[in-house]
Write a protein that binds this ligand. Sequence first.
Ligand code: HCA
Length: 379
Amino acid sequence: MKTIKIFDTTLRDGEQVPGAKLNADEKIIIARQLEKLNVDVIEAGFPSSSPGDAEAVKRIAKEIKTPVITGLSRAVKSDIDILWNSVRYADRPRIHIVLGSSDIHVKNKFRTDRKAVLAMAVAAVRHAASLCPDVEYSPEDATRSDIDYLCRVVREVIWAGATVVNIADTVGWAVPQEFGQLIQTIRKRVPETEGITLSVHCHNDCGLATANTLAAIKNGADQVEVTMNGIGERAGNAALEEVVMMLATRPDYYGAKTAVRTQEITLTSRMVQEMMHIPVQPNKAIIGGNAFRHSSGIHQDGILKAKDNYEIISPEMVGAVPHEFVLTARSGRHAVRHILESAGIKIDGNEFESVFRKFIEKADVQKEVSSQEVIQLVQ
Ligand code: HCA
């Protein structure tokens, strides 16, 4: 079973979300929780963006011991030096460099040509490698890049000293099958990738970030870049909890696992929601308020008979409260009886039928009925 490295970028890509900015103290609190969650890499910020962020990344590098600590840098010497000055204090520092590789970025953003961009990439990686033994290079917008040029960039940055190459689907352009094939093609055409970590970073513009990330894992990626709750630039990134729990749920298909302590997922998610002011929707996979709530009578009856009728992940596994019944007019006798029996109330026959009728009347009026209210109907 292959172990996939989890690169968490909640504190960098996630923090780019409008309104989500954290101060250094808040970043440290989340970084401590990410260490408890046991992610492999924490991307703690973008140090050249502000002296405050450089300081926050430095504090995280000094305090957090187990994961690799990195930050993002453009492919320019001054950015790389600022980043190194922040992460050098970590037990396991990494320099992460990003530079566009698509013609769209080369022409419209940098206003130059492929040759000049390649030279910038190689020079930046050489400089970073002279400072730090672990250097990650991300061809930005890799999925919209010419494949021959992308393979050339990947090969040359590895020759220059990159230890991780990260294929970025910057604008959520990829579709899963094609993205999986891209990873295979890079592996085949650049055999040098065997000696390094091949990573992916997927954005969620069309809702495919998790699917693309998983397709990359199936096709040979070693590391995935994710954020808690899927937050990030625009529509966000692949969600850590979705990727990790899919691997935990379907090892038969993926043949891969992670080192994440899944029981810490719910707490980490809540912390990120509150501190970064980005609540998730109730139906959000794994960590949404309804992820383990059962509402219809058919489902409640099924759960009472055997949990695996309707739960493929146990709530305890992600540190959530055990399955919860929402009592509505769609709930059946099994759920109402379960609530009463859990409170030590045993009633049968006409007595039970009369309570159930009152419950349905109440549910029709107020939509949801709490367990306490069901018990009061008996009293
Ligand atoms: C960005 C773009 C980036 C960087 C890639 C990465 C992308 O926010 O500047 O972190 O590996 O998607 O290309 O997030």
